[in-house]
Design a protein around this ligand. Structure first.
Ligand SMILES: C[S@@+](CC[C@H](N)C(=O)[O-])C[C@H]1O[C@@H](n2cnc3c(N)ncnc32)[C@H](O)[C@@H]1O
Length: 301
């Protein structure tokens, strides 16, 4: 059976190794909610003659849409070997004179001219976990004109309390049922302390989502990620944790909700135990980045 809850440690930097893979880029392109929302924003914001930098270009799709919208030039940057396909892709689509591929981390790339628009689809499962804030703060200083637009321009980290029965049945339950007749229940507590990528429909939402932290993309990131939110439950239920996701403001009134796009997962933060909550109960979630770089959370659920 395929695990529905994949281990996803909380951290705030890119796992480049996961992107050096064409199936991963295929999944992103097949996610029409994600891809076409970016296309709408690019079509609305890129004007003929603009210079664009596409950070984390991958297959090159967002740069191609910027060129189709009339960009004079696209600098497409990707840190993985996937970036080595970009020169051929731009040529194959008739844009070779208007696009330059750069293979490497954006922090080590220099451009011949700064950009009017920075496209940075470097959004992780909860928005900021692929390094979008540090990457775009550096781009604003070195790769973009002072008044450049960023797509996305703002990222909100959001969360909501959930009841995820499958976590109890499939994961916790597995360790409680004496595999091969041995008592392996010592694994239960560890299972509850880990964090997971899963699907939004794996959990029942107990309250409206709340914004934990809101960031202007391109602004200097805070030294540490610190976030807190309070929720009021809509009905009486069991509660065993929180889902974490994001809302990205792409500009021109276009927003993208991470949990509606299937190439992003929601991040499940299990509570230490299952709790019964009444309708109208107040729950809190606090997340903090520690000095060792680990991201930890605590909650009243
Ligand atoms: C989520 S994918 C998006 C790919 C493509 N833009 C798309 O929309 O289909 C992010 C890509 O950005 C790359 N990446 C992330 N941060 C980067 C950085 N700071 N510099 C260069 N590449 C980066 C990763 O290697 C990955 O290929």
């Amino acid at each position: 059976m395929t695990a529905r809850f994949l281990s996803y440690p909380l951290r705030l930097s890119t796992r480049f190794e996961t992107f050096a893979s064409t199936p991963v880029h295929m999944e992103m392109l097949r996610d029409a909610t994600r891809s076409l929302t970016f296309q709408r924003a690019i079509s609305a914001l890129v004007k003929p003659g603009m210079r664009v930098v596409d950070i984390g270009a991958g297959s090159g799709i967002l740069g191609l849409w910027a060129l189709t919208a009339g960009a004079a030039h696209v600098d497409a940057i990707d840190a993985t070997d996937v970036g080595a396909t970009l020169t051929q892709t731009f040529a194959a689509n008739g844009f070779s004179g208007r696009a330059t591929a750069h293979i490497g981390h954006s922090g080590s790339v220099t451009l011949s001219e700064p950009a009017d628009i920075v496209i940075a689809e470097v959004l992780g499962h909860f928005g900021i976990d692929e390094g979008v804030l540090a990457t775009c703060a550096d781009a604003k200083q070195r790769l973009a004109k002072p008044n450049a637009l960023f797509i996305p321009g703002r990222v909100d980290v959001v969360a909501w309390p959930v009841w995820v029965p499958d976590f109890e049945n499939d994961l916790v339950g597995f360790w409680q049922q004496k595999p091969y007749t041995y008592d392996l229940a010592a694994m239960v507590e560890l299972t509850r302390r880990m964090t997971y990528a899963c699907n939004e429909h794996d959990g029942q939402r107990l309250a409206r989502s709340a914004v934990l932290a809101s960031y202007v993309v391109g602004a200097p990131p805070p030294p540490r990620f610190l976030a807190r939110a309070t929720f009021t439950t809509d009905f009486k239920s069991e509660c065993n944790g929180f889902f974490l996701s994001f809302v990205a403001d792409l500009g021109a009134g276009i927003t993208l909700e991470g949990w509606r796009a299937h190439s992003w997962k929601t991040v499940f933060l299990p509570a230490p135990r299952v709790t019964s909550v009444a309708k109208g109960a107040t729950l809190t979630l606090e997340i903090s980045e520690e000095s060792d770089g680990a991201v930890r959370y605590s909650s009243t659920c």
